[in-house]
Design a protein around this ligand. Structure first.
Ligand SMILES: *[C@@H]1O[C@H](CO)[C@@H](O)[C@H](O)[C@H]1NC(C)=O
Ligand SMILES: *[C@@H]1O[C@H](CO)[C@@H](O)[C@H](O)[C@H]1NC(C)=O
Ligand SMILES: *[C@@H]1O[C@H](CO)[C@@H](O)[C@H](O)[C@H]1NC(C)=O
Length: 233
């Protein structure tokens, strides 16, 4: 038993050592918190914070966005929304799509959500059999063109260059690692004020969002609201 414990400690120490040596640590922690705030708003801790983990080429993420967006507009300034991206390894082109969103967000933050919606609308183009013969370069070209439409035509070269810039690669890796560090392994996943929305968020429709958020904003200061507690317990 003792030997085993020693071995485990040694293994853990070795892992830490390897992580430092591998250079993977040089962009962790990132210079800012991961995520895109909806409508360029600010994160206000006095509002209800909704966080979503989306993959831009995930059909379930796509389907969950319109009702969530409707709820965000309904609650307006009473709710903040922070979008995290989790490019899933088993979705073709998820990483490059996520990278495009980081690039565009840096250049023209207002175009981030329009580009996300563009990916949702056209995501079939980017996965499965029809992409088998497409080169990575041709997919990047296609994404650069579409990202330019969302961000503005003056950004074409900047977006193209963005795919050559290791910084945007790091930002995209940080998104992946951030999701992993919170134990998120699927999309869409939703958190409300830091707690996982139960019943797998994939099926959350507008009514569900109202049911979750209404009690939280309605009786904001009497925190022990039974209805909301019941939902989480
Ligand atoms: C991909 O290329 C192979 C070999 O040239 C061809 O048989 C196949 O039909 C192509 N698939 C698509 C989806 O274009
Ligand atoms: C930034 O993106 C928004 C949304 O797509 C667009 O309306 C705006 O014109 C863009 N800004 C510039 C400077 O192109
Ligand atoms: C990207 O990098 C490659 C290889 O370093 C270079 O040939 C290409 O011109 C670069 N493209 C842009 C848009 O910077």
């Amino acid at each position: 038993m003792k030997m085993l414990q020693v071995a485990i400690v040694q293994l853990a120490a070795l892992q830490v050592f390897v992580i430092f040596l591998s250079g993977g640590a040089d962009y962790i922690p990132p210079s800012r918190l991961d995520g895109f705030v909806y409508q360029n708003g600010y994160l206000d801790l006095d509002t209800v914070l909704i966080e979503a983990f989306y993959d831009p080429v995930c059909p379930y993420s796509r389907d969950s966005w319109p009702p969530l967006k409707q709820a965000l507009h309904h609650y307006s300034s009473r709710v903040s929304f922070l979008l995290h991206l989790l490019p899933l390894p088993y979705h073709d082109n998820a990483f490059v799509a996520t990278r495009a969103l980081h690039i565009v967000n840096t250049l023209n933050a207002s175009a981030t959500f329009p580009l996300l919606e563009w990916f949702f609308k056209h995501q079939e183009k980017f996965y499965g059999a029809q992409t088998r013969n497409l080169s990575r370069a041709s997919i990047v070209d296609e994404i650069v063109k579409s990202a330019t439409e969302a961000a503005g035509s003056s950004y074409y070269n900047a977006i193209k260059h963005g795919f050559n810039d290791t910084k945007t690669d790091y930002q995209t890796r940080v998104s992946f690692k951030y999701a992993a560090s919170r134990g998120v392994y699927g999309t869409p996943s939703f958190y409300v004020n830091g707690f996982l929305l139960p019943d797998t968020g994939a099926t959350a429709d507008y009514k569900t969002w109202r049911k979750v958020i209404d009690p939280l904003v309605g009786v904001k200061k009497s925190i022990q609201n039974e209805e909301s507690l019941r939902f989480f317990l």
